[in-house]
Design a protein around this ligand. Structure first.
Ligand code: NDP
Ligand code: 8X3
Length: 251
């Protein structure tokens, strides 16, 4: 039995792959950048199997799932799918945002995540065991300036996770949504700011943010809970982050 992690080429996904392998599990790590996955395999050894897969491309997802059936038998049953691949693009207000960025976020964070889940779930139900761990975000719970479509995609992930729980009632299949706040040690902000690495670094300066390892350990903790226990959602922030008030515009 294996853990299938999407977006394993960097950040949370790479940290989760390492953490699960070190805990003794078998991991299949997927992403578009095969060379990063190969580097990870060199570090982690043959408990880690890399597969190049674009979650936005159904054919690529199908090919990856077929590839899994050619791996050693111990990798062929997916006991846990960690839907981690995702991204934010831009932090502009909705009137200034780039629509192509919105489409990419919707395609990746919503459609890609849903398609893979749809493909993997039936076997879990037949096996009467399995676990879908989604990576949502606090952006799905709290609106903030420039969060527009990114936050909306993560609100989808939250509600989809809860609705899966309802659908999977009685099957033994577990579902959790991890909702991290500010977190460094990934390419998230470099991607969001489209390569403006200085701006990305500034965001984390002196912030004492969460780390990718914190999220990896949260995922491992969830996976290791007893089979009768389901954590529906788990929202995690650095101590340095909390809530701001509502805003009132005055003319
Ligand atoms: P990274 O940018 O480091 O990782 C994103 C991963 O997603 C990469 O491995 C990337 O791989 C993969 N990915 C992106 N698009 C696709 C695609 N079309 N097909 C397959 N893989 C894809 O960021 P994080 O590790 O921070 O992000 C992981 C998840 O955590 C995301 O869903 C993000 O929204 C969420 N999150 C992040 C927070 C943060 O502050 N860092 C906080 C809350 C949630 P590749 O480019 O090789 O395909
Ligand atoms: C990433 C966390 O607050 O930058 O999902 O949206 S935040």
């Amino acid at each position: 039995m294996a853990i299938l992690i999407t977006g394993a080429s960097s950040g949370f996904g790479a940290a989760m792959a390492q953490t699960f392998v070190q805990a003794g599990y078998l991991v299949i790590g997927t992403a578009r950048r095969g060379e990063k996955l190969t580097d990870l395999q060199v570090r982690l050894g043959d408990r880690f199997q890399p597969i190049v897969m674009d979650v936005c491309d159904k054919e690529s997802v199908q090919a990856a799932l077929l590839h899994i059936q050619t791996l050693p038998e111990k990798f062929q049953t997916i006991d846990c799918l960690i839907n981690n691949a995702g991204l934010a693009l831009g932090l502009d207000s909705a009137d200034k945002a780039n629509f192509a960025d919105w489409e990419t976020m919707i395609h990746t964070n919503i459609i890609g995540l849903s398609y893979l889940t749809h493909q993997v779930l039936p076997k879990m139900v037949v096996n009467k065991r399995g676990y879908i761990i989604n990576i949502g975000s606090i952006a799905g719970n709290y609106p903030y300036f420039g969060g527009n479509v990114y936050g909306a995609t993560k609100a989808y992930v939250r509600q989809f996770s809860l609705n899966l729980r309802a659908d999977l009632h009685g099957t033994g299949v577990r579902v959790s949504n991890i909702e991290p706040g500010l977190c460094e040690g990934s390419e998230f902000s470099n991607v969001r700011f489209k390569g403006d690495d200085e701006r990305a670094a500034k965001l984390y300066e002196y912030a004492n943010a969460l780390t990718a390892q914190d999220i990896a350990e949260t995922a491992l903790w969830l996976y290791q809970r007893p089979a009768h226990m389901n954590v529906n959602t788990i929202e995690v922030m650095p101590v340095s982050q909390s809530f701001a008030g509502l805003q009132v515009h005055k003319d």
